[in-house]
Design a protein around this ligand. Structure first.
Ligand code: NAD
Length: 248
């Protein structure tokens, strides 16, 4: 029996990278899946078909996680197709990296809205369902730069640090309803997001990591399975760093 049998998970930004790896692992563990991304395109349809072939119920929705009304509409729509939502993964995220001297207001607002406001939007949208179920695990995809900061990423680091404060507050507020909330802080993970960095930058990152390599999306997904499952039934309000000891 899979670790997530009988559970339904909502994962935002699931069409590629870490979100896609999470969807694959969660399906392997028996979870039904409500997946979102900005577009419902051929790639999304193919992912839906691949995951459904694992024997779980999967539906992908086009939904902008940074928009409050989209999140509410998504959950209303999904509740027509699924019996509940037991796991929420706030994974959708973007970068607009540049030094503070050059950072525009638009670059700041976009990153805060997509990375941080989205976690508020989706948590608000699922909280009634989770409270009624008296069960829920919320996982927020933060980052080690939300813990330690990073030059050239003031907007991104602030959004990821904000997610940590949000995680701890939700854990304290909804704990009495048996809802847990944790953050994952990945380090340098090899996905399309980090692929756009130059080879020299990627090598410099790897050289600073005690495990001497970037992580894989699946290595993040395995931690999300733990946090989503009953294996972590007494773990809440925590930040789990998945970074090869980079931030220690
Ligand atoms: P990615 O760019 O490969 O994938 C992000 C996905 O989110 C994409 O499919 C994108 O279309 C989707 N998305 C973007 N804006 C959205 C929106 N408004 N609504 C819905 N979906 C949206 O990124 P990734 O590397 O897989 O990162 C996933 C998460 O992990 C992000 O929150 C990122 O900040 C975080 N993270 C990544 C790394 C890393 O090294 N890759 C490290 C730390 C944290």
């Amino acid at each position: 029996m899979g670790l997530l049998e009988g559970k339904t998970a909502l994962i935002t930004g699931a069409s590629r990278g870490i979100g896609k790896a999470l969807a694959e692992r969660f399906a392997d563990e028996g979870a039904n899946l409500i997946l979102t991304d900005l577009f419902y395109d051929e790639n999304a349809k193919a992912l839906e078909a691949d995951l459904s072939a694992k024997g779980v119920k999967v539906k992908m929705y086009a939904s902008d996680a940074s928009k409050f009304d989209d999140a509410q509409k998504l959950v209303d729509e999904a509740m027509k197709d699924f019996d509940g939502i037991h796991i929420l993964v706030n994974n959708a995220g973007i970068t607009r990296d540049t030094l503070l001297l050059r950072m525009t207001e638009e670059q700041w607002d976009m990153v805060i809205n997509v990375n941080l406001k989205s976690a508020f939007n989706l948590t608000k949208a699922v909280q009634r369902t989770m409270i009624k179920q008296r069960e829920g695990s919320i996982i927020n995809m933060s980052s080690v730069v939300g813990v330690g900061g990073n030059a050239g990423q003031a907007n991104y680091s602030a959004s990821k640090a904000g997610m940590i404060g949000f995680t701890k507050s939700v854990a304290k507020e909804l704990g009495s309803r048996s809802i847990r909330c944790n953050a994952i802080a990945p380090g340098f993970i090899l996905t399309e997001m980090t692929d756009k960095l130059g080879e020299d930058v990627k090598k410099a990152w790897a050289d600073q990591i005690p495990l001497r390599r970037g992580g894989t999306a699946d290595e993040v997904a395995k931690v999300a399975v733990f946090l989503g499952s009953d294996l972590s039934s007494y773990v809440s309000g925590q930040v789990v760093q998945v970074c090869g000891a980079m931030m220690t």
